[in-house]
Design a protein. Structure first.
Length: 328
């Protein structure tokens, strides 16, 4: 992409690329003067990091973001890309009912990538990790044909059992915390060649997962939980399959924000589809016994006996349920 290489007309300073500074020069730049949380016992600079695990268990997950697939540098600033890469993983930790503690980052990119771009990505990673109480404790850098970020997140269960996808029971209610539909709306706007409304486009660039809601749900007795990354129906489908239950979503409980109504009207689409099938907002969906739903969560449906399935207002949803990397 144009933003991945420096133009000769941009001057000597703009030619400050990864080729110029090298792997270790880049690492020094992106780790200097960074503040680690108390859970980081040994940060970047050695063969491996050391992260505290007080109860002897570590929650771990990995996600990969590929330039041209998950992000475009003509749509998002480098800082946005870093925040998005971190958020996708930190939300998975929260969805287990855990508290994020650390990120490990693998980066591949062309040798002529401007250092400024990589420093921006690193700043976004550090900022998002810090917002969740975690640190960036290590990683690796390699040359590649495009920018690829592989982020591993670690988390602490703080003595609690993990909340998996497999615990939903008939009679439970389904609840949601965090926004949905916004990132999908922003992506549609960008695909149409627009850069506004800023709030909608910004939701695609940088998600806002409710990190604290994961441990909150675990403490409240959530029976199952999942990060909504591929679409509400698609991800509830994973939960239903793991639990062996039917999940029924009530559209009357899904409030379409006025801003999304306006954007949908301008684009000629149904905004409810963004809420049902749009991904990358990284809200949390969970099931709870009746009466156990904590503050800040909204009940959007229920769990019944039956084949593993997701219904919408009692009927199967027509069309795709969400994003599938390998469909088509």
């Amino acid at each position: 992409m144009p933003t991945s290489s420096a133009s000769p007309s941009e001057g000597t300073e703009a030619m400050n690329t990864l080729r110029d500074v090298g792997e270790f020069g880049l690492i020094r730049r992106v780790t200097a003067d960074r503040v680690q949380p108390g859970t980081t016992l040994l940060g970047p600079g050695d063969d491996a990091a050391v992260v505290e695990a007080r109860d002897g268990r570590v929650v771990a997950c990995t996600d990969v973001l590929v330039e041209g697939v998950h992000f475009r540098l003509d749509w998002s600033a480098p800082d946005d890309v870093g925040r998005k890469a971190a958020a996708a993983n930190l939300a998975d930790v929260a969805a287990m009912g855990a508290v994020p503690t650390a990120l490990l980052v693998g980066l591949a990119c062309p040798r002529d990538t401007p250092v400024e771009t990589l420093e921006g990505i690193a700043s976004g990673l550090w900022a998002e990790a810090s917002s969740a109480g975690a640190g960036v404790v290590g990683g690796d850098v390699a040359a590649g044909p495009a920018i690829v970020l592989s982020v591993t997140a670690l988390g602490s269960l703080e003595g609690r059992p993990p909340v998996t996808r497999a615990g939903a029971k008939p009679g439970d209610v389904v609840a949601l915390c965090g926004r949905i539909g916004w990132a999908a709306a922003g992506l549609d706007v960008l695909h149409r060649g627009f850069r506004s409304p800023v709030a909608v486009v910004g939701a695609h660039r940088v998600p806002e997962p409710p990190y604290a809601a994961g441990p909150q749900a675990a403490r409240a007795g959530a029976t199952s939980m999942i990060d909504v990354s591929d679409g509400l129906l698609a991800d509830l489908g994973h939960l239903a399959a793991a639990s062996g239950v039917t999940v029924d979503v009530s559209t009357s409980a899904l409030v379409v924000p006025p801003r999304l109504v306006e954007v949908a009207s301008a684009l000629g689409v149904d905004p409810l589809e963004w809420l049902l099938t749009g991904g990358e907002d990284h809200a949390l969906a969970a099931t709870f016994p009746p009466g156990a739903v904590p503050e800040g969560w909204t009940v959007i449906g229920g769990v019944t006996e039956g084949d593993a399935a997701v219904l919408v207002d009692g009927a199967p949803h027509e069309g795709a349920a969400g994003w599938d990397h390998f469909a088509g």
